[in-house]
Design a protein around this ligand. Structure first.
Ligand SMILES: Cc1cc2nc3c(=O)[nH]c(=O)nc-3n(C[C@H](O)[C@H](O)[C@H](O)COP(=O)(O)OP(=O)(O)OC[C@H]3O[C@@H](n4cnc5c(N)ncnc54)[C@H](O)[C@@H]3O)c2cc1C
Length: 395
């Protein structure tokens, strides 16, 4: 038995002892306790640098762990944004002190992170953001509003992008900051979504003072920092979902059709074949990206393809499910998981960038097609009419 086989065997034994009986959606305390155990056992941040709290192992160990965990749904939940987006951003462009301070508690589930980019007037066109940070003596003072921020209520820290120089053009003069979500100037209000839950929130910043050492990357160069986070976000959403449960899968819906005696109906078969093809395309594309990531190749803009395929798959599988199950789809018990998928599905086509924006990115950065025209790129932000900004107010 090689060292790697032994590593995989130990990981499997650990997961059998610690993860198999986990509730599907554990409460926060249970999820935190699990992540602490996972970290202490050496299985959180397997390939992250050891000087910052990762395990410093290779892609081969990561692969062996994933293989061992293939039948387990880990309760990533509220930790997903930290693990998939904020942590990788800090590792890529954070200062030495930031990496030493924040990465280990993030990996151990001790500190939860959120990502504060979208605003009421800046979603797809996030560079229109108006939340501002002004240097006042020894601190940046942040004022403004963010919206649709996932897990902000549970978060201890968040990555914020704010405008720090309105005289610069739109994509310049933005800076990324680490925000302490427990600061008294930060107000988080939950927003109810179609599932009936409050997954995301709106956030208000009133004179929040942020020390200069909490700037991530370079002052006024926050756009490229944000792009780093967004690239990680799409890869993380697209690829992460490959390992989560699919309530409206081809397998589950074929069974539902068989149980209802409609599997021979040509229209139903047609839809199921369509679903099968979409699932295969998504799984195979993800398998390819996974192999590349393990070989040290970052997928970059191709993460948008995985994210787009996932959003399409989620929406069409929920649609097909409702055709097959009819009114039963709405029941919130038993097959109620499908009702949840149906009401959560549209959010997948928005969060992390909409399907239309993913298509723009794929056209421009993957296929090399001409860029979408951007007439406002060279105009100082102060002179643009974006969001709630008017020429008079901005002067
Ligand atoms: C479940 C969920 C979780 C989220 N979590 C977070 C989070 O944690 N942090 C965060 O910062 N944000 C988060 N968001 C916000 C998300 O990033 C935005 O909803 C998204 O970027 C779209 O912005 P918008 O809602 O303002 O829509 P808009 O940008 O106003 O778009 C409206 C419509 O116009 C289309 N459109 C816009 N521009 C173009 C274009 N150039 N070409 C073609 N079509 C276009 C869009 O595709 C869309 O259909 C989340 C959203 C959801 C649904």
């Amino acid at each position: 038995m090689t060292d790697l086989d032994e590593y995989g065997r130990q990981a499997k034994a650990w997961l059998d002892d610690n993860a198999v009986d986990l509730p599907r959606e554990p409460d926060l305390a249970t999820a935190r306790a699990f992540f602490a155990r996972l970290y202490d056992a050496g299985y959180s941040g397997i390939t992250w640098p050891s000087e910052y709290g990762g395990q410093g192992l290779s892609a081969a160990e990561e692969r062996a762990f994933q293989q061992a965990a293939r039948d387990v749904v880990l309760p990533v939940g509220v930790f997903g944004i930290g693990l998939g987006m904020c942590g990788p951003t800090l590792i890529s462009i954070g200062t030495e002190e930031q990496k030493r301070r924040y990465v280990r508690p993030l990996l151990r589930g001790e500190e939860i992170w959120c990502q504060m980019f979208s605003e009421p007037g800046a979603g797809s066109d996030v560079a229109s953001l108006q939340t501002r940070a002004v240097l006042d003596g020894d601190a940046w003072v942040v004022n403004g509003q963010k919206v649709w921020t996932s897990v902000a209520r549970q978060a201890d820290y968040g990555l914020l992008i704010a405008r720090t120089n309105p005289d610069a053009v739109k994509h310049k003069g933005i800076t990324m900051f680490i925000i302490d979500m427990h600061d008294p100037g930060v107000t988080v209000r939950p927003l109810r979504d179609m599932t009936g839950e409050s997954h995301f929130n709106e956030i208000f910043f009133d004179d929040v003072r942020v020390a200069p050492d909490q700037v991530v990357g370079t002052v006024n160069e926050g756009w490229s920092a944000a792009v780093t986070t967004l690239l990680h976000e799409r890869v993380s959403i697209g690829m992460g979902a490959a390992r989560t449960e699919r309530p409206a899968s081809f397998e589950a819906l074929s069974k539902a059709a068989r149980d209802r005696d409609i599997l021979t109906d040509p229209a139903v078969r047609d839809q199921l074949v369509d679903l099968y093809l979409q699932e295969r395309a998504f799984d195979l594309f993800n398998a390819r990206l996974t192999q590349e990531v393990k070989a040290g190749i970052f997928p970059g803009a191709r993460g948008s393809i995985a994210k787009l395929l996932l959003a399409d798959l989620t929406l069409s599988s929920a649609d097909i499910a409702s055709e097959i199950l009819g009114p039963e789809t709405t029941a919130y018990s038993g097959e109620g998981k499908i009702a949840r998928a149906l009401s959560w599905g549209p959010g997948m086509a928005l969060g992390g960038g909409t399907n239309e924006i993913m298509r723009n990115i794929i056209g421009d950065r993957v296929l090399g097609l001409p860029r979408e025209p951007q007439v406002d790129r060279e105009i100082p932000f102060r002179d643009l009419k974006v969001g709630t900004q008017t020429r008079e107010e901005s002067k």
